[in-house]
Design a protein around this ligand. Structure first.
Ligand SMILES: Cc1cc2nc3c(=O)[nH]c(=O)nc-3n(C[C@H](O)[C@H](O)[C@H](O)COP(=O)(O)OP(=O)(O)OC[C@H]3O[C@@H](n4cnc5c(N)ncnc54)[C@H](O)[C@@H]3O)c2cc1C
Ligand SMILES: *[C@@H]1O[C@H](CO)[C@@H](O)[C@H](O)[C@H]1NC(C)=O
Ligand SMILES: *[C@@H]1O[C@H](CO)[C@@H](O)[C@H](O)[C@H]1NC(C)=O
Ligand SMILES: *[C@@H]1O[C@H](CO)[C@@H](O)[C@H](O)[C@H]1NC(C)=O
Ligand SMILES: CC(=O)N[C@H]1CO[C@H](CO)[C@@H](O)[C@@H]1O
Length: 429
């Protein structure tokens, strides 16, 4: 990674030099949102671990994407039209038509392939002039010096450093101490995609595709299958949750494989049509993923450094808000660092970022934890939750407007404080 001196000679105010560590969903959103605000951003990451599977874009995240110039419709996103819940016996608990949500919330609730979303963010960031340096693992941070160290030993200083390096964050410990690594939650997931055509063409499974845009939850006591379409309804995304001890995966590997036999064995209590559905998976595409969790950190910021996304608040994937909350963090930073932000204001702006984001992200993090199922090794979950219960709170929030309001109130009250009213004397001569 290489840093040039990119001072903007045409502007009186030197743009802040912002370094973002990690070009995932949250880091890229922050880069684009802050770039639009006029700053110069650097990203360091590797992209090597991008894998398939889909992600929720609820209204609250979808609105942010539109605001930064990304229309998920153009990237194969499918609007969620139905939500259903089934028991492993096949018994239907409910089927809800959620098309009416479009009349309530400003943006649709969509389902998007993660790679398609990531590519869209990457392209948008590059077109905004964001520089992304790959293969640039960050290995150290000195908050007092506002400096990061790269794997090759090179040091880079910045006016603002954002740690957006995901759930396995290596920068989190600089704020939260050595015991802040994400912990195993006791739950693992198989993740894979199955082409919709393969499901439609088999009479035993075609009914799984009878409705477009259906989020189908097949929930047992300690086994859950979550199925939803992406890529214009041409692919079905599966997340098959189960207790860790049934698959015994490795702890720290996003790209580990598992056999089809193991998937079918663990979901053996499900009816024949569900097993016929699961059996359509191409074995080499099955990924096994151990879900990590972390108690809420007390603080995400110190000096001119802040954490964002999964680095600040890793999520269990039970409410489809993990990516969305990372996107909201990025939007809030964009709102709080408009062009002209002074270096001396950075630290206070990051405190406003905490104020804008902490309560909401932490509440949603707790909600997803509660809605997990109980496992032998985990110490959470088991509360009976209506999966639709918190949509209102989660869906109508506009993270950019919320943070802008906080900034406006802060600037107004600061302008009235003694240190600043002195500067107003010139107006009264
Ligand atoms: C491979 C993968 C697959 C996922 N699949 C799903 C899914 O299917 N559905 C879902 O809801 N959620 C999924 N998640 C989680 C979800 O994407 C996150 O909740 C969301 O992306 C949070 O965004 P983030 O930017 O905080 O972290 P991430 O998107 O995880 O991005 C972190 C980035 O930091 C980079 N990085 C890490 N360490 C360093 C370092 N030391 N130096 C430089 N760069 C570093 C990583 O390479 C990565 O690009 C997945 C995450 C990953 C990493
Ligand atoms: C992930 O695993 C597959 C095989 O399962 C392999 O082909 C691929 O190269 C791996 N990707 C990474 C980034 O390791
Ligand atoms: C999905 O459909 C849209 C609109 O028809 C199209 O622009 C887009 O390329 C398609 N995307 C994918 C991933 O199939
Ligand atoms: C977070 O840390 C910063 C800097 O150390 C401190 O000023 C701030 O008060 C802390 N915020 C909270 C909510 O503890
Ligand atoms: C986690 C969380 O804050 N959930 C909220 C979601 O929305 C409902 C309805 O508005 C609230 O009552 C919950 O508190």
């Amino acid at each position: 990674m290489q840093i040039d001196n990119l001072d903007d000679k045409t502007s009186q105010v030197r743009p802040l030099k912002v370094v973002i560590v990690g070009a995932g969903i949250g880091g890229l959103t922050a880069a684009i949102a802050m770039r639009i605000a006029g700053h110069i951003i650097y990203e360091s990451s590797r992209f090597a671990l991008e894998t398939g599977a889909a992600i929720h874009l609820p209204s609250n995240a979808n609105g942010i994407l539109h605001r930064i110039g990304i229309n998920p419709d153009e990237h194969g996103a499918v609007t969620c039209e139905w939500v259903s819940e089934y028991r492993p016996s096949g018994e239907r608990v409910f089927l809800r038509d959620v098309t009416g949500l479009k009349n309530v919330y400003p943006y649709p609730w969509q389902l998007c392939h993660r790679i398609d979303l990531h590519n869209a963010l990457k392209e948008r960031a590059l077109s905004e002039g964001v520089e992304i340096f790959l293969q640039s693992k960050v290995t150290g941070l000195d908050i007092a010096k506002s400096e990061i160290t790269l794997i090759d030993g090179k040091k880079v200083t910045a006016d603002l450093i954002i740690g957006a390096d995901g759930t396995h964050s290596s920068l989190r410990k600089y704020i939260a101490g050595p015991d802040s690594a994400s912990k195993l939650s006791g739950t693992s997931a198989f993740r894979f995609l199955i082409p919709a055509d393969a499901v439609k063409s088999d009479p035993q499974t075609s009914h799984f595709c009878e409705r477009n845009g259906e989020l189908r939850l097949m929930y047992g006591d300690s086994h859950r299958i979550v199925m939803y379409p992406c890529r214009n309804n041409t692919e079905l995304n599966f997340v098959c949750l189960h207790p860790d001890e049934e698959s015994e995966g490795k702890d720290d590997d996003w790209n580990q494989s598992a056999s089809k036999d193991l998937v079918l064995k663990i979901f053996d209590e499900y009816p024949a049509d569900v097993k016929a559905l699961l059996a359509k998976v191409q074995p080499e595409t099955i990924k096994l993923w151990k879900l990590l969790d972390l108690a809420a950190l007390t603080n995400w910021t110190e000096g001119n450094f802040a954490l964002l996304g999964d680095a600040a608040h890793p999520f269990l994937p039970h409410q489809g808000q993990g990516g969305a909350q990372a996107i909201e963090d990025g939007a809030a930073l964009g709102a709080l660092f408009p062009l002209g932000t002074l270096l001396e204001d950075v630290e206070d702006r990051l405190k406003l970022y905490m104020e804008a984001r902490y309560e909401r992200a932490t509440a949603i993090q707790q909600y997803t934890r509660d809605s997990a199922f109980k496992t032998k090794r985990g110490d959470h979950g088991g509360k009976v939750m209506d999966p639709m219960q918190f949509t209102a709170y989660n869906f109508s929030h506009d993270a950019f407007d919320h943070a802008s309001g906080i900034l406006e109130r802060y600037l107004t009250s600061r302008a009235l404080s003694p240190g600043y009213t002195r500067d107003l004397d010139c107006l009264v001569g």
